[in-house]
Design a protein around this ligand. Structure first.
Ligand code: G6Q
Length: 543
């Protein structure tokens, strides 16, 4: 499938990093800061309105240099060019990976199989804009001539997490007389709760599915059809209340959706990289076409930065390399994403799919087992809530958990002292994690001796701090692209395919088989292991 790749352990920078890690592990951030007064202002980088302070990482100038050498020896630049020029870098699916084309300006030309895809991208964007404007202005009428008030996106995975995250993140900019809901789970409760207080005459469903075959989405879409027709009776009503966001024209039309109301995209857009394609129609209806385009500009600015800026100042490359550093040399299992911005409450969940589906891989591109750990577990909650929950383990537990803090200079909803308090916590948490509190400092506070060990903070817990002016559509675009390209950087170092997801297939196949067994009117002949057989029998006897 792919030419044999140079094993990670044979790359000179990797060997050098292994040696350096030995001597860096015992070093304290306290000492590193003391010995270099410029560290806090030097280990910074800025791009697209995002300021990254990575000084509170367990690295030296030499580590950084070696990590950058590693990126070069792993061909990060060449792989980046291959992605941006439409080469089929998703080798196991023989596909180009061109989410960067979704935000390319009209003047650019990006070819896949000899054909420029940029004009098509803009055609769809224009069609989406016209449609979004009609919904927002009330010009689009439902079957009974009432304007649409409720928009429900039906999709799952990449066709849900991005739209939900972006709607929540940009709610401040949304048209408030429209209601947005998102149905993803095949659990009927999701659909029932999303629709229970809505009137089908005023409701529009966006069926978001790249393939238009996904079990959960198609089941929910059919339930939505039934729910709509229960009130509107006539099947012609479907055309007024359903649109499709998909690549599959044939199945969309079979479902009864007018293909004029279909917003297309292409096989070179991966599900988890699709929120800025037609899959983002709910976002565009919520915030309007101009804001959506501002978000695309934010994405594009980060794309240009990633492609052209030297690695020493390259935000996604730095973030990705630091993640590799902790994953492979410090045995870190996870990365905590800690946004201090309530509107980013779904951002950690979104990043979970982006990062874990992309880099949770056990073989390299040539099919040989990886030599090291790959994608870490991403997780998180918005600040300050997490501080009253899981931060204890980050501060005093036995695991090393690198964290990304995300904060903004300005609040979108200024309210008394709230924002200063919020941001004081960002800086305080990163400071406490890095520098901790020694036994001497604890004793100096008059703490009784038996309590001293409990009150000691070891410190030396690494973190990045990302700051921006305020959360705007443009900033959100840049922030997402930052993580997309950080994931890409990690994948290049590990020589894995960050764009396939074969690991989700087995469960799907087994579920289809088991569904038949659960619904079989006669006793099914089960050939599972004894545990699964027992569970199926229990369910059948109780349902
Ligand atoms: C993402 C994955 C996956 C996908 C969903 C939905 O990268 O491929 O999460 O987005 O399975 O797929 P459809 O959009 O085809 O319904």
């Amino acid at each position: 499938m792919t030419d044999r790749i140079v094993p990670l352990s044979s790359r000179p920078a990797w060997k050098a990093l292994q040696q350096r890690a030995e001597s860096i592990r015992p070093q304290q951030l306290r000492e590193l800061f003391k010995s270099d007064p410029t560290r806090g202002t030097r280990f910074n980088a800025e791009a697209c309105g995002l300021f990254l302070d990575y000084s509170k990482n367990r690295i030296t100038d030499e580590t950084l240099k070696l990590l950058i050498d590693l990126a070069k020896q792993s061909g990060l630049r060449e792989h980046t060019e291959a992605m941006f020029t439409g080469q089929k870098i998703n080798t196991t699916e023989n596909r180009a990976v061109l989410h960067v084309a979704l935000r390319a300006p009209k003047s650019e030309s990006i070819k896949v199989d000899g054909e420029d895809v940029v004009p098509e991208v803009h055609k769809v964007l224009d069609k989406m804009s016209a449609f979004a404007d009609k919904i927002r202005s009330g010009a689009w009428l439902g079957y009974t001539d009432k304007p649409i008030k409720n928009i429900i996106n039906i999709g799952i995975g990449g066709s849900d997490l991005g739209p939900v995250m972006a709607y929540e993140a940009l709610r401040h900019y949304s048209q408030r007389d429209l209601t947005f809901r998102f149905v993803s789970n095949v659990d009927g409760t999701d659909f029932a709760e999303a629709t229970r207080d809505l009137d089908p005459e005023e409701t529009l469903f966006l069926v978001a599915s790249k393939t238009f075959t996904t079990l959960e989405t198609m089941t929910n879409a059919h339930s939505a059809r039934t729910w709509t027709l229960a009130k509107l009776k006539q099947t012609e009503a479907i055309a007024k209340h359903f649109v499709a966001l998909s690549t599959n024209t044939e199945l969309v039309s079979k479902f009864g959706i007018d293909t004029d109301n279909m917003f297309g995209f292409w096989d070179w857009v991966g599900g988890r990289y699709s929120m800025d394609s037609a899959i983002g129609l709910s976002t565009m209806i919520a915030i309007g076409p101009n804001n959506f385009r501002a978000m695309l500009e934010g994405f594009h600015a980060m794309d240009v930065h990633f492609r052209t800026t030297p690695l020493e100042q390259n935000l996604p490359a730095l973030l990705g390399l630091l993640t590799v550093w902790y994953t492979d040399f410090f045995d870190a299992q996870t990365v905590a994403i800690l946004p201090y911005e309530q509107y980013l409450k779904r951002f950690p969940a979104y990043l979970q799919q982006l990062t874990m589906e992309s880099n949770g891989k056990h073989v390299t591109l040539d099919g040989t087992p990886v030599e090291t750990q790959t994608g870490p577990i991403y997780w998180g909650e918005p600040g300050t809530n997490g501080q009253h929950s899981f931060y204890q383990l980050i501060h005093q537990g036995t695991r090393l958990i690198p964290a990304d803090f995300i904060g903004f200079y300005k609040a979108l909803n200024p309210l008394g002292r709230h924002h200063d308090m919020l941001m004081a916590n960002v800086f305080a948490q990163a400071e406490a994690l890095a520098f901790g509190k020694t036994a001497e400092e604890v004793r100096a506070e008059g703490v009784p001796e038996p309590l001293v060990p409990h009150k000691v903070f070891e410190g030396n817990r690494p973190s990045n701090t990302l700051l921006a002016e305020k959360l705007t559509p443009h900033t959100l675009g840049s922030l997402i692209a930052l993580y997309e390209h950080s994931v890409f950087t990690q994948g290049v170092i590990w020589s894995i395919d960050s764009f396939d997801q074969w690991g989700v297939e087995l469960g799907k196949v087994l579920a289809t088989k088991i569904l038949g067994e659960l619904e079989s009117p006669t006793e099914p002949k089960l050939d599972h292991d004894t545990s699964t057989t027992n569970l199926i029998n229990l369910y059948r006897s109780h349902k």
